[in-house]
Design a protein around this ligand. Structure first.
Ligand SMILES: C[S@@+](CC[C@H](N)C(=O)[O-])C[C@H]1O[C@@H](n2cnc3c(N)ncnc32)[C@H](O)[C@@H]1O
Length: 264
């Protein structure tokens, strides 16, 4: 008993030091058959939820995801999976993981520019780069250089191609965001897959919402069903669609930035 209390206290302490205390986690029964389970939330439509109007923007998102999900069935990411040194071959898992959907969105939208926040081992960069048009680019941001990850899926030669660039910087910082404002304004797809610590996502999105996009841009947000991300997702007032069943089990959301410019 004392050991259990000590373990809980030590876990809470470590969460306090990282600024992320998830009190609910300690009050809810654990689902033993699902070791990596996390808490999430369901609720009925409330008076504070703004209903999505059935208009051309929601139709745009629905058509896009239905088409992309259909394409995803044919997407083959075995080559990217082969680069994963340890653990599951995530790109091959679909539905459940989001890699085939990401690849299909890129294949369907034919973007000139994809901006990714959160490079990590490079899996999502590689699957998106695979389907980017010849003159397109994937610009991936992280605060840690890709070479620092021992298990990276990248090879130096991936960056010989101008179609893939890593930028180091924390886009929550106004001066960093400002330096890349034009890049954001030109992006066709922005894939937000950073730390999910809430403060980063909030600061980034606040700045993103003040960008004057040159054209309709698709924001793909990972992990929208994680406890940390729930209110952020709920507060977005632009046309949006939760496409988790076709994306990542932890939640995938699509948001239409500059909706007045969207066309199918
Ligand atoms: C979930 S991983 C990204 C996974 C990757 N997109 C994929 O699917 O293969 C999150 C990454 O965000 C990075 N990160 C943390 N804080 C960041 C920040 N402020 N800006 C950009 N990236 C950040 C972490 O270093 C980590 O590599």
């Amino acid at each position: 008993m004392t050991r259990i209390v000590a373990r809980i206290v030590s876990r809470i302490k470590s969460e306090i030091t990282t600024g992320r205390v998830n009190v609910a986690r300690y009050c809810m029964p654990k689902i033993n058959s699902i070791p990596d389970s996390q808490l999430s939330l369901i609720h009925p439509f409330t008076s504070s939820d703004k209903p999505q109007p059935a208009n051309s923007n929601t139709n745009f998102l629905m058509d896009l995801v239905l088409g992309a999900a259909n394409d995803a069935r044919e997407i083959d990411l075995v080559d990217v999976s082969a680069r994963i040194r340890q653990g599951p071959k995530w790109p091959n898992i679909w539905p459940g993981e989001h890699y085939k959907l990401l690849a299909a969105l890129v294949k369907r939208m034919r973007p000139n520019l994809v901006v990714e926040i959160g490079t990590f081992l490079g899996v999502s960069s590689l699957v998106m780069k695979k389907y980017i048009p010849r003159d397109g680019r994937v610009v991936t941001f992280d605060v840690i250089p890709w070479q620092s990850f021992e298990d990276t899926c990248f090879q130096q030669s991936d960056f010989d191609d101008p179609g893939l660039v890593q930028v180091l910087g924390d886009l929550a910082q106004p001066n960093v965001f400002e330096a890349h404002r034009e890049l954001m304004a030109s992006a066709d797809i922005i894939f937000l897959d950073g730390p999910k610590n809430r403060s980063f996502e909030r600061a980034f999105l606040q700045q993103l919402m003040n960008v004057n996009f040159y054209k309709a841009s698709l924001l793909v947000i990972d992990d929208i069903r994680l406890w940390n991300m729930l209110d952020l997702w709920r507060e977005i007032e632009l046309p949006k669609l939760d496409v988790t069943s076709f994306g990542h089990y932890s939640g995938t959301g699509l948001v239409l930035l500059a909706p007045h410019q969207a066309s199918i």
